[in-house]
Ligand binder design. Structure first.
Ligand SMILES: C[S@@+](CC[C@H](N)C(=O)[O-])C[C@H]1O[C@@H](n2cnc3c(N)ncnc32)[C@H](O)[C@@H]1O
Length: 248
C-alpha cells in the first residue's frame, strides 16, 4: 500500500491501540495531539474495551450480523474479533481506510469491508449488506456507530439515527458513543480536531437518540458501561451505551 501523505484518525487510533496498520505521518499526528492534550493510549484502549463489551452484549441478545459505520481499522479487538461466529460488514467513507480494511480482511468469507456513509444507509452496497448482515430490515441485527457522533451536527445526527431506526427490524441494537467536554480545557487539542468537531454535554445525548431506547445501563462514561472488574481510571472523554429498537 502506498504510504499516505495525510494522517487519519482511524490509523492514529491503531497506533494508540498498539496495532500495525499506521504510518509515520499518523504517529507524528498522534504525538502532536498528545503534546496538546496528554497521553491517549489508555483512553482509546478503554473505548475499544467498551466496544468489546457492547458487542458481547449484542451477541448474548442473539445478534449474529453486524453493520459497522466509521469502522476505521478492523483489528485490535474490532467487531469480528469479538463476535467470532457472526457475519460483519465494516464500512467507512475514507477510500484509503476502505482499501486497508479490504486488504486486512481479504481471506475472510464472513467479514466484508465497503463504502458506507453513516448519514445515509442507502449508500451501503445492497449486495454486501444482504450477504454480511442477512435479514437486514427483517430480523434483529447489531449496528455500531462509534467515533462518528462528534463529527455530525445535532440535526444530521438525530436524522441519521432516526433513519437507522426505521431501517432495522425491531429487537435490533445500536452501540453509540458521544464526545463529552473533555477537550474544552485543551484549546490547542480541540483546534486539531477541526471545525466539524462537536463536544456535547451529557444532558444533550438522550434527545438525539429519538426513538432508540437506551438499555438500563444508560449512556455513561464508557469505562462505567458494564465494567468487568474495576472501571479503568481514565478521563470521561467518551460516553456511550447500547440502545434498542424495542420488539413489538
Ligand atoms: C475517529 S475514527 C473511528 C474509527 C473506529 N470507529 C474506531 O473506533 O477505531 C472515525 C472514522 O469515521 C470515518 N467517517 C467520518 N465520517 C464518516 C461518515 N459520514 N460515514 C462513515 N464513516 C465516516 C472516518 O473516515 C474514520 O475512519
Amino acid at each position: 500500500m502506498a504510504e499516505p501523505q495525510q494522517p487519519s484518525t482511524a490509523r492514529m487510533i491503531d497506533h494508540w491501540l498498539g496495532g500495525e496498520h499506521h504510518f509515520p505521518v499518523d504517529v507524528a499526528a498522534a504525538r502532536a495531539f498528545e503534546q496538546a492534550y496528554g497521553p491517549c493510549a489508555a483512553i482509546f484502549r478503554d473505548l475499544r474495551a467498551f466496544l468489546g463489551r457492547a458487542v458481547r452484549a449484542m451477541v448474548a441478545a442473539g445478534v449474529d450480523g453486524f453493520l459497522v459505520f466509521g469502522a476505521g481499522v478492523p483489528t485490535r479487538g474490532n467487531v469480528h474479533e469479538v463476535a467470532t461466529e457472526a457475519t460483519v460488514l465494516y464500512t467507512d467513507v475514507d477510500p484509503v481506510t476502505i482499501r486497508l480494511g479490504q486488504r486486512i480482511l481479504a481471506d475472510s468469507d464472513r467479514v466484508g469491508y465497503g463504502y458506507g456513509d453513516a448519514t445515509d444507509v442507502g449508500t451501503v452496497d445492497r449486495a454486501q449488506l444482504h450477504r454480511f448482515v442477512p435479514g437486514w430490515g427483517r430480523r434483529p441485527v447489531g449496528v455500531v456507530f462509534l467515533g462518528l457522533a462528534a463529527f455530525l451536527d445535532d440535526a444530521t445526527l438525530a436524522g441519521t439515527l432516526d433513519e437507522l431506526y426505521q431501517s432495522v427490524a425491531p429487537g435490533s441494537l445500536l452501540a453509540i458513543d458521544f464526545d463529552a467536554e473533555e477537550l474544552a480545557a485543551y484549546p490547542q487539542a480541540l483546534a486539531m480536531m477541526g471545525p466539524q468537531f462537536r463536544m456535547r454535554a451529557p444532558a444533550s445525548f438522550p434527545p438525539l437518540l429519538g426513538r432508540w431506547v437506551p438499555t438500563a445501563d444508560g449512556i455513561v462514561p464508557v469505562s462505567r458501561w458494564r465494567p468487568v472488574g474495576a472501571p479503568a481510571e481514565v478521563p470521561a472523554a467518551f460516553h456511550g451505551g447500547l440502545v434498542v429498537k424495542p420488539a413489538g
